[in-house]
Unconditional design. Structure first.
Length: 356
């Protein structure tokens, strides 16, 4: 499948887990289990993966750690060798961060490793103007197709205005935007910018709002443009840290949500989906540590994957990055409350093969 065909799949809407970093107790890369995790996402039915993003830990870029390229390369190689037929259509997204020079370098590494798009975070440009942000994005877009990223401020993002998103949409190489401000007003800024741009049919919106996944996927966003056009925008897929675990069930939920969005569900079906949405948000609050400004987000994800046998521990690059007080108790609560959201049996049956 040509890169353009994979981008067409991206535009139609996919389940894309944000890939964690798997470490040993010595906080070095556990390549065996890193591969196993990638294989899990492929076999669970995900349409792609995102690597080098917040869930992968931004610290992989630090001098002395230097894991960005190895982790990107390992994921790409694993996808190619594990299920070659599926790999042809499997979308690979690379996180791209930092000032322009760094971002262009990271985009070049990702492109050379066969990644299809760069998920562009603006968190490092905290004081840049809208014009400077757009210029930065254009420089990266010359290297790799862009997926915009509205990263929530609580984990390193910055406020991005409607005006910015409207100008961002003028970049021809933009193929998608991950909307993850965890804020309905800010989410609507992006929706309106896409509608006003006239590019709604060619730039996909992906939910990154882990606190409102189902709501984003089933909601029609009606926009009356300045020119008087009526446009309905939908989010067709998700690129989510929450989908880094319980991925098999996430794929099933995404299919149900897309069916509902296309009016293939009755009122009872919608109500059932919204119930799953409320359960998912509750589970996410525990795993992502919403009560403590998301400080325990990454170790929370690791804890879930550890319980399912994919990881051996919660280790992060920073030894101080651990579960918050009371977070384990909350994870225990949602673990027992929502067994139907988990895919324990699916993992148990295949884990030995993934670890080969």
């Amino acid at each position: 499948m040509a890169p353009s065909d994979r981008l067409a799949r991206l535009r139609r809407g996919l389940v894309i887990p944000a890939h964690p970093l798997v470490l040993t107790a010595a906080r070095t890369l556990d390549a065996r289990r890193q591969r196993a995790l990638t294989r899990y996402y492929v076999d669970a039915g995900a349409g792609g993966i995102a690597v080098g993003v917040h869930t992968t830990q931004f610290g992989i870029r630090k001098p002395g750690v230097d894991l960005l390229r190895p982790v990107l390369e390992l994921a790409a190689e694993t996808v190619a060798e594990w299920r070659p037929t599926k790999a042809a259509g499997f979308v690979k997204v690379a996180g791209v961060v930092g000032p322009t020079r760094q971002a262009v370098h990271e985009a070049t590494v990702a492109r050379d490793l066969g990644y299809d798009a760069g998920l562009l975070s603006m968190g490092a440009l905290a004081s840049a103007t809208d014009a400077e942000l757009v210029s930065h994005a254009r420089a990266v877009a010359e290297v790799i197709p862009l997926m915009g990223f509205y990263l929530q401020p609580a984990v390193g993002g910055r406020r991005l205005s409607y005006r910015f998103w409207r100008r961002f949409m003028e970049i021809e190489q933009v193929v998608a935007i991950k909307v993850a401000p965890f804020n309905r007003y800010a989410t609507l800024d992006v929706v309106r910018a896409v509608a006003e741009s006239g590019r709604a049919g060619e730039v996909a919106l992906y939910t990154g709002n882990d606190d409102n996944i189902v709501g984003d996927l089933v909601t029609p966003f009606p926009v009356r443009t300045v020119g008087g056009r009526s446009v309905t925008i939908r989010m067709t897929g998700g690129l989510l840290g929450h989908w880094a675990f319980w991925t098999r069930e996430a794929v099933r939920m995404h299919a149900r949500a897309r069916g509902a969005a296309e009016r293939r569900s009755d009122a009872r079906g919608i109500t059932s989906l919204l119930r799953v949405g409320a359960e998912t948000t509750d589970a996410n609050a525990a795993v992502f540590d919403a009560a403590n400004a998301f400080r325990g987000c990454i170790p929370g994800i690791h804890e879930v994957l550890r319980r399912q046998g994919l990881l051996r521990g919660r280790w992060c690059l920073d030894p101080a990055e651990e579960l918050s007080p009371g977070q384990m108790r909350e994870i225990d609560r949602i673990w027992n409350a929502y067994p139907h959201l988990r895919d324990d049996d699916f993992i148990r049956e295949r884990l030995d093969g993934w670890l080969r």
